[in-house]
Design a protein around this ligand. Structure first.
Ligand SMILES: *[C@@H]1O[C@H](CO)[C@@H](O)[C@H](O)[C@H]1NC(C)=O
Ligand SMILES: *[C@@H]1O[C@H](CO)[C@@H](O)[C@H](O)[C@H]1NC(C)=O
Ligand SMILES: *[C@@H]1O[C@H](CO)[C@@H](O)[C@H](O)[C@H]1NC(C)=O
Ligand SMILES: *[C@@H]1O[C@H](CO)[C@@H](O)[C@H](O)[C@H]1NC(C)=O
Ligand SMILES: *[C@@H]1O[C@H](CO)[C@@H](O)[C@H](O)[C@H]1NC(C)=O
Ligand SMILES: *[C@@H]1O[C@H](CO)[C@@H](O)[C@H](O)[C@H]1NC(C)=O
Length: 447
């Protein structure tokens, strides 16, 4: 019965995934969706039809009942100006729309109907502090959340409030899940944002917990006079190589000009030129190169520099344990050193930590090499299984033959009784390797 558990677990997983996917809130409707909702409302209000309404003016939202994600809603009330059929007189009406959570599409409410908007709604901003938008909750049709008193002020249940959107856009009570320095204000649309300011020369790190020294100031990664441009977080930079006659991430690789294509050694054999070239970092084929492939193509790069995917130039990679960096992005690795695995975020992790990443429910991408390894293990497992089964069958056939000849078979053919002494029989059955043919049949039967 144990084998049923994985099946049950799969069922639960599929079920919950379907539920997660199906329970969705709707983004604001477009013009077509509003017009589609208006048709049945018009038929209901006027008792005849059909109508093909055309929205002719701006749509104003009156009540917005937030969904679980930013910019999604469960119900809305809106004022629209439209012609019921093209060429007819314009009407301006207030009505409700509900999000059908199973399909994520909008539906009108025929029972709530079309209404003339009251004058006090003119120019009023939409309300976002509503549990639900419904006819009967006042002019703006907003059922206000009475328990929460900050930001979005939406009740998700009687005692739980959705006051802010986390950085990933989910409704939450506070910004705590994002980190200690995240705050949400009306000016950020109640989205939690990093509110850590750093002194000159420092930039906020990627998780907004601290200020790190700017990489431009700390390491001056741009070479040959390239200009370092600092971004956030502190290890994010680009080099402006304009006018340096160099290219690549760190302006490290010489862009060959037509005149420099002729080898220097031949045109100017004067030894006086030699000292101006730092020999340990400047092989004739390019900067930070140790050995050359051709006169303008590097074969191996100096320590700390890696051969770019162009197989010719050397770039300085800022990713630890990387053996080959992206040619245009120094913070993106394309090939890791021995013992490290390339992760989906261009970083190199040890095998152990990348395995942990796979187990996390973040949906981290499994690299092709990891995939191949998994497949190899599965194949090995099945080969081992088949081997064990073969051995079991072999043992049972062998034992069956021995017993057959030792008792019945021998007896009938030779017409002579061979009796196994009780002691020998017991020895046979006490043998830990002894498997009765019935047991073998049971253990390999498919049920
Ligand atoms: C309006 O939204 C619906 C549903 O999302 C979509 O199928 C349709 O193409 C959209 N129409 C326009 C004009 O954007
Ligand atoms: C809807 O109204 C717009 C603007 O008045 C007009 O250009 C368009 O042709 C109308 N569409 C229909 C289907 O009547
Ligand atoms: C953001 O940080 C500044 C400086 O520390 C502080 O004055 C301000 O009150 C913070 N904003 C919020 C909304 O907490
Ligand atoms: C680095 O900064 C640029 C420009 O602001 C931004 O587009 C990019 O996403 C940043 N990279 C990282 C890794 O944060
Ligand atoms: C991998 O990178 C880490 C962090 O930079 C470093 O401490 C470690 O020595 C590197 N390991 C190897 C084998 O290069
Ligand atoms: C460089 O690679 C990093 C890591 O994947 C990425 O976050 C960043 O956006 C890339 N930068 C550019 C300029 O493509």
């Amino acid at each position: 019965m144990l084998y049923l558990y994985p099946v049950a677990a799969l069922h639960i997983l599929l079920y919950s995934t379907t539920r997660l996917v199906s329970a969705q809130d709707c983004p604001l409707p477009n013009k077509t969706e509003i017009e589609t909702a208006l048709s049945p409302l018009l038929i209901n209000a006027q008792g005849f039809g059909p109508f093909s309404p055309n929205i002719t003016g701006p749509v104003r939202y009156v009540c917005l009942s937030q969904g679980d994600m930013i910019d999604t809603y469960r119900s809305i009330s809106l004022i629209a100006t439209f012609t019921p059929n093209s060429g007819e007189a314009e009407q301006t009406k207030l009505f409700l729309m509900y999000c059908i959570s199973t399909s994520g599409t909008w539906s009108e409410s025929a029972t709530d109907g079309l209404h003339n908007p009251s004058p006090n709604l003119v120019g009023a901003p939409p309300r976002t502090d509503c549990i639900v938008c419904r006819y009967g909750f006042g002019d703006d049709q907003c059922r206000e959340c009475p328990y929460c008193d900050y930001g979005l002020r939406r009740c998700t249940s009687r005692h739980s409030c959705c006051s802010v959107f986390t950085a990933s856009g989910f409704c939450d009570y506070s910004c705590e899940s994002d980190g200690p320095n995240y705050v949400a204000t009306a000016s950020t649309g109640f989205i939690c944002t990093c509110n850590l300011t750093c002194p000159d020369g420092f930039t906020v790190n990627s998780d907004c917990t601290d200020c790190d020294l700017n990489i431009c100031d700390a390491e001056s990664p741009c070479e040959n006079g390239g200009q370092c441009i600092q971004y956030s977080p502190a290890d994010n930079y680009t080099c402006d190589c304009t006018g340096t006659r160099h290219g690549g991430v760190n302006c490290a690789s010489l862009i060959p000009s037509p005149s420099s294509l002729t080898p220097i050694a031949i045109t100017s054999p004067s030894p006086s030129l030699a000292p101006s070239i730092p020999s340990e970092t400047f092989a004739p084929c390019g900067q930070n190169c140790d050995t050359c492939k051709t006169s303008n193509c590097c074969k191996t790069c100096s320590l700390g520099y890696y051969l770019n995917p162009d197989d010719c130039t050397c770039g300085r990679c800022t990713v630890s344990n990387c053996s080959r960096c992206h040619s245009l992005n120094s913070s993106c690795c394309m090939e890791c050193e021995e013992g490290f695995e390339l992760c989906s975020d261009c970083q190199c992790k040890t095998y152990a930590s990348s395995t942990v990443n796979q187990l996390l429910p973040t949906g981290a991408a499994i690299s092709p090499t990891e995939n191949a390894k998994t497949r190899t293990w599965i194949v090995l497992f099945f080969v081992a299984l088949i081997l064990v089964l073969c051995i079991l069958i072999f043992i049972s056939v062998l034992l069956y033959t021995i017993i057959y000849f030792a008792s019945g078979g021998a007896r009938t053919r030779m017409n002579k009784t061979i009796s196994i002494p009780p002691a020998a029989n017991a020895r046979l059955h006490n043998n830990p390797l002894y498997v009765s043919p019935e047991e073998v049949t049971l253990s390999i039967s498919p049920s």
